[in-house]
Design a protein around this ligand. Structure first.
Ligand code: ASP
Length: 655
């Protein structure tokens, strides 16, 4: 076999005259009668090969037989391309290799899709033929970026003294709030491993083991309902640190992010990054994942709407709801039917029963009422259309002022309970900003969301849920406020101080008003996407147990699921905290793709299938027997047989 001397992206004008050997795939092929040209491709680029019938008749003849995607090796002399034939778009565009020897290393069937039209090709075809799809430079660039980021992450943490430690994949269920993937155990019939939703408990136990600084680029598994931007199997940059507070964890990670953005995109990310309380995020943006590339804050107008004559508003308020809205510089962009059909339809998808609107116009303009000439500056604006007629002049002015509205603005309102109102307005805000081109797509606005509530009320189950996970520590101030520490003062016996609470965290505080306790959790958000989250943890077993109690997890279940962990906390757990950053999401942002499958070499479809290997697939009966399992349809067949029925279930014979 001809051994290559260079890659297809390497040769330049200064290499002219050198004898080289290249190997790769035939990207394109042009037969000009006398000369044959082949663009040879490998991971590093393209180089033009030229075959001349006069100087190398045999080689030229062989070259005429090759086809796209065949694998060849070619030896020849680097020469400058003839005048006018240079390709300034290619790094190797000044030269070509005049081939003297050609070896066909392998042939290829005609690929099922063409590179150039791959983006328009049905994605399933690309996934089923992933080996072809991954040959495309666009895909390789994404994989390369991913490699560069993981390398950078490892170097960064190594320099700071973190150790990368692997944690088990065959594990026990961890409560990140999703369904587990289960793996049956052959050696322990009727017992199952769970694939980790995250290494949460292991990394905390590593802190108890005095590992101090841990990180891992780790695969996590969550059996969630299909969503376009999620994969059941995804990768996290998982971190845990001892003797730290929120600022320490945030500091280490914002510097990491700034480093990644600088090295990959040459973008300067300002640190320290902005921080925003959960409350401000919900009030102003309707979500704890605000896109801060544009302003357009949501405003609560419940107090003004209460005085209007619009029944929809007043009825919603009477039921304990709110009226909130936003003000968009929409100009003439949306017609009445756009608003009432398209935009109202959009918010309906998020549960809003309607979308009220009105336009802001200046009196005396062609589209506004006539000016009297005596209005003060603010009253030269007025509301027109939609719900305007239900608001008297005074109330209209209050709304205009609240939104700091301008001529040509469009006001949109939703009235419902707080949850639905925010849930509908937050995506509407983003949709309008996108439609109206209110931001630069290439901009990145990072923000840490902090001061989360520790718990949220679960209506359906009539109990509290953890907003993050149950290992998150409460904010010390909010607990202190709720329960004075008379029983846990510095004068109390050491034992009672430490076993009852954690540095001032009294257990009664947790009980007295769970809804108002804030946590020491933090999420990092960029352009409306959460790319990571974590918290300072509870390191006191008594408090941890108390939290399980508040979450109404039965004692038996606590012992079964977390007994080992509570026990570990009893052996000198240091104060600790950590975070996990979503690697896939981060690569999506860095490579400007909205398709998570583009940044994973072998992804699954939204229905969790691998179209390349056809997983998940049925297994044969022998494997099930070994695992002491019965597939349901087989079980049904056995049941029927046992009842003396004849079964003709064709499927059961597969087992
Ligand atoms: N285990 C958490 C998660 O996967 C992250 C953390 O709290 O460190 O979301």
């Amino acid at each position: 076999m001809l051994k290559r001397t260079n890659t297809c992206g390497q040769l330049r004008l200064e290499d002219a005259g050198k004898k080289v050997t290249l190997a790769g795939w035939v990207h394109s092929y042009r037969d000009h009668g006398n000369l044959v040209f082949i663009d040879l491709r490998d991971r590093e680029g393209l180089t033009q090969l030229v075959f001349n019938p006069e100087t190398q008749p045999e080689v030229h003849k062989l070259a005429r037989t090759v086809r796209c995607e065949w694998v060849i090796a070619a030896q020849g002399i680097v020469q400058p391309r003839s005048k006018g034939m240079e390709n300034p778009k290619l790094p190797t565009g000044q030269i070509e290799v005049s081939v003297q020897q050609l070896e066909i290393l392998n042939v290829s069937k005609t690929p099922p899709f063409e590179f150039d039209s791959a983006e328009k090709t049905n994605e399933e075809l690309r996934l089923a033929n992933r080996y072809i799809d991954l040959r495309r430079p666009e895909m390789q660039q994404k994989l390369h970026t991913r490699h560069r980021v993981t390398k950078l992450v490892r170097d960064y943490f190594d320099q700071l003294g973190f150790w990368e430690i692997e944690t088990p994949i065959l594990a026990k269920s961890t409560p990140e709030g999703a369904r587990d993937f289960l793996v049956p155990s052959r050696l322990h019939p009727n017992c199952f491993y769970a694939l980790p939703q995250s290494p949460q408990l292991f990394k905390q136990i590593l802190m108890v083991s005095s590992i101090d600084k841990y990180f891992q680029i780790v695969r996590c598994f969550r059996d969630e309902d299909p969503r376009a931007d999620r994969q059941a199997e995804f990768t996290q940059i998982d971190v845990e640190m001892s003797f730290v507070d929120t600022n320490d964890v945030i500091g280490v990670h914002e510097n990491l992010i700034a480093k990644i953005w600088k090295q990959i995109l040459n973008v300067d990310v300002k640190t320290p990054m902005r921080r925003m309380s959960y409350k401000e995020a919900i009030d102003c943006y309707g979500t704890d994942r605000p896109d801060l590339r544009f302003d357009m804050k949501l405003k609560d107008i419940t107090d003004v709407a209460r005085q209007s004559t619009f029944k929809v508003f007043t009825a919603a308020i009477e039921k304990g709801g709110i009226v909130k809205g936003l003000c968009a510089p929409a100009g003439e962009k949306y017609s009445r039917s756009d608003i009432e059909k398209t935009l109202a339809g959009f918010v309906a998808e998020y549960g809003a029963k309607g979308l009220a609107w009105s336009k802001v116009v200046a009196r005396g303009t062609s589209h506004g009422p006539r000016a009297t000439g005596h209005e003060p500056r603010t009253t030269s604006l007025t509301l027109v259309g939609g719900v305007a007629k239900f608001f008297n002049g005074e109330l209209q002015q209050q709304i205009i002022e609240r939104f700091d509205a301008k001529d040509g603005n469009l006001l949109l309102f939703v009235a419902d309970n707080e949850r639905v109102t925010n849930k509908a307005l937050a995506p509407l805000r983003c949709k309008l900003a996108k439609d109206l081109l209110l931001y630069d797509q290439k901009n990145f606005e990072f923000v840490w969301i902090v001061d989360f509530p520790l718990f949220e009320w679960n209506e359906d189950e009539n109990r509290y849920d953890s907003l993050h996970h149950p290992f998150t520590a409460a904010d010390e101030q909010s607990i202190d406020k709720l329960a004075p520490l008379e029983n846990h003062s510095q004068t109390a016996p050491l034992e009672s101080r430490f076993l009852t609470g954690q540095k001032g965290q009294s257990l009664t505080g947790l009980d007295s008003d769970p809804a108002n306790i804030r946590s020491q959790a933090y999420d990092i958000v960029v352009n409306g996407a959460e790319i990571g989250g974590g918290s300072i943890r509870i390191h006191n077993p008594k408090i941890q147990q108390k939290v399980f109690e508040l979450l109404k997890i039965p004692e038996k279940q606590v012992q079964q699921q977390f007994g080992f962990f509570l026990k570990a906390l009893e052996y000198g757990a240091p104060p600790h905290g950590g975070i996990a950053l979503g690697l896939d999401r981060m690569i999506m942002l860095l490579t400007s793709t909205e398709n998570i499958r583009d940044v994973i070499a072998f992804p699954k479809t939204q229905r969790g299938q691998c179209l390349l290997t056809d997983a998940p697939s049925e297994v044969d009966r022998k494997q099930l027997d070994e695992l002491n399992l019965r597939a349901q349809r087989h079980a049904h067949a056995v049941e029927r047989k046992n009842r003396g029925q004849k079964t003709e279930d064709r499927l059961t014979s597969d087992f």
